[in-house]
Ligand binder design. Structure first.
Ligand code: F6R
Length: 601
């Protein structure tokens, strides 16, 4: 969702901020803006639409070595130039960018700003007007900023500049991600370290309800009550090249192709150097062992990974497991077991729905584990334990490598759980993951074939159904999500046996139905379901394995352990979606209306 950048240094800030915003484009946005402090005051530029439109509007203007920038994903007020950030106080003295949602902004407006004419419909503008009104009453800026922040209910990451001081950016944070970076005579602010890797790799984590006074030659962290906090820097291990497309036209294709490497990376990270077996932190192993039931909480693609994770935990580690959509669990909690362990799966580690659940379960004293791709993210900081998916930055909005990495980490968790209980699973996760990486490579090498399937089934269709049974049911839900989010084809994933209970009414002449059949014990059943739709005119595409194949199947996957086939059967589905979206002229990496990091409920 919204992205924030800031810079104070010796160079002109404009290009640095624009580059930073481009690095945050992946989060999803509908308008963008920057503000620069220079000798004549503050220069403000903002535009609806893409960053390129902002750059065009700025043209040769844009002077100043201190500045802030923002990409906005609309929540309060339509996407428009007026609602785009930065927002300014009435006198123009203060300029501010904000990520998050201020729940009590109407009340604050009534109580403190009744005579202020707001220039936008946003919740954000209230913050900058509050700072000005407190500063006008004689408070210094640090105090006015802290006082304004202490009145806010909700989530925020904020950067504020003052026209009368070109060497300070005030930043504050609560529940929304924000980092401050420090370098040699330069300081930066960013929602995500990758936005400022071209300036520094040294960052400082900001905790909720803290502010940072950022100057070119150093920073000071304070609590909202003014107490100064000492905080060490950390060096991010993200490589700048990980955030570039290289020779690819799209991040999505690059990230699909990276999957074999990611799986091999996971093997390395979770393998014990001494005995070559899986190595999990003892505390995580104990928490898993002690729990009488696991509750997996996630959203979207991560939820689909959770569905596979449940199967693995139950079938391999004998652990009763439930999977819940975070936003549902948050307001409709099921009956819990006596000693639950909560597992949050989140690529970004920032998803507000998951965090809402985490806050609630922590209050009740339950233990929690986050499986995430972003170390240092909010869910990581707040959960008791973290397992990292080591997939490298995922930039395309549609999740691919993070999803397979989540399932791979689940397979490790399940194997470790089995071992801890002395269960003989008959397979070794490390060996199986090695085979999976090879199989993924084979599939990624068949792009022409995948493009042909997309051409034959998806190029002109209005809708598309995916069906599968057992493990395949989980994967077809993910396949449908991939297709709909990037190609805008209406796509749904169903349990094969469920179609004739209603959905089959939608099958017409030529309706594409993708059937996935990788599970031998239901191969005959799903093939029966495929025949049922063919009999009603469907254009059926079948994905099987060497073990389940029949003549005429469109794609045959290499044989791997059946329980782990979701890790490879999703690869053709990802590629088919990619080519369908490409052909239909869609913005593959930045599909409409979507955001990468969903930091509002
Ligand atoms: C779809 C996709 C989303 C995310 C969902 C949860 O491709 O990426 O469905 O999976 O928004 O996000 P995280 O995993 O960051 O919690």
């Amino acid at each position: 969702m919204c992205g924030i950048v800031g810079y104070i240094g010796n160079n002109q800030a404009k290009d640095i901020l624009i580059k930073g915003l481009q690095k945050l484009e992946y989060r999803g946005y509908d308008s963008a803006g920057i503000a620069l402090v220079n000798d004549s005051g503050v220069e403000l530029h903002k535009e609806k639409g893409r960053i390129a439109a902002l750059e065009d509007a700025i043209g040769k203007e844009g002077k100043g070595t201190t500045g802030i920038g923002h990409t906005r994903w609309a929540t309060h007020g339509a996407p428009s130039r007026e609602n785009a950030h930065p927002h300014q106080s009435i006198s123009g003295r203060f300029t501010l960018v904000h990520n998050g949602v201020i729940e009590n902004y109407q009340q604050l407006k009534r109580e403190y700003l009744a005579d202020v004419n707001m220039a936008s419909e946003t919740d954000t503008e209230v913050i900058v007007q509050l700072v000005e009104s407190f500063a006008e009453k004689g408070e210094n800026i640090d105090e006015a900023f802290r006082r304004a922040l202490s009145l806010l209910h909700g989530s925020y990451a904020i950067a504020l500049i003052d026209k009368e001081d070109n060497d300070t950016i005030y930043v504050g944070k609560n529940k929304s991600p924000l980092l401050v970076g420090v370098g040699d005579d330069v300081s930066v602010v960013a929602s995500d370290a990758m936005a400022m890797l071209h300036i520094t790799k040294e960052f400082v984590e900001i905790m909720d309800q803290e502010i940072v006074i950022v100057k070119q030659d150093g920073i000071q962290v304070k609590k909202l009550d003014g107490t100064v906090v000492e905080r060490d820097t950390f060096t991010t291990d993200i490589d700048e090249s990980d955030t570039e497309k290289g020779t690819y036209n799209h991040f999505m294709l690059k990230e699909i192709d990276e999957q074999p490497f990611v799986i091999r990376n996971i093997i390395q990270k979770y393998q014990d150097d001494d005995d070559g077996d899986i190595k999990l932190d003892n505390a995580i192993r104990a928490a898993l062992n002690d729990a009488d039931r696991l509750y997996v909480i996630a959203a979207g693609t991560s939820y689909h990974a959770g569905l596979v994770g449940k199967e693995l935990m139950e079938k391999v580690a004998d652990k009763p497991t439930e999977v819940h959509i975070a936003s549902e669990f948050l307001y409709n909690e099921p009956l819990l077991s006596k000693n639950p362990l909560f597992i949050f799966i989140s690529q970004s580690g920032e998803t507000a729905d998951c965090r809402g659940v985490l806050v609630n379960v922590k209050e009740k004293g339950y233990k929690s584990l986050t499986i995430t791709n972003v170390p240092g993210s909010t869910l990581t900081r707040e959960a008791d334990f973290t397992l990292h998916t080591h997939a490298g930055p995922e930039i395309a909005v549609a999740s691919t490598k993070a999803y397979t990495a989540q399932m791979a980490v689940f397979s490790i968790l399940a194997m470790d759980g089995a071992r801890a209980q002395g269960i003989n699973t008959g397979f070794n996760a490390i060996n199986e993951l090695g085979l999976i990486a090879n199989a993924m490579e084979t599939l990624c090498d068949q792009k022409d074939r995948m493009e042909q399937v997309a051409r034959d089934y998806m190029f002109d269709t209005r809708n598309c159904f995916f069906i599968g049974r057992a493990m395949d049911y989980h994967v077809v839900q993910e396949g449908a999500l991939k297709l709909k989010e990037i190609s805008y084809i209406q796509a749904e994933g169903f349990a094969g046996g469920e179609l004739k209970h209603g959905t089959i009414a939608l099958i017409e002449d030529g309706t594409p139905v993708v059937g996935v059949t990788t599970q031998e014990h239901v191969n005959a059943n799903i093939r029966g379901n495929i025949q049922e739709v063919i009999a009603r005119g469907a254009n059926a595409c079948i994905i099987s394995t060497e073990a389940t194949k029949e003549e005429g199947d469109n794609i045959v996957l290499p044989n791997i352990n059946e329980l782990l086939t979701p890790l490879i059967s999703v690869v053709p589905l990802q590629l088919i979606s990619y080519y369908a979206a490409l052909h239909r002229g869609c913005d593959v990496d930045k599909p409409r209306n979507l955001a990468k990091s969903v930091t509002v409920e």
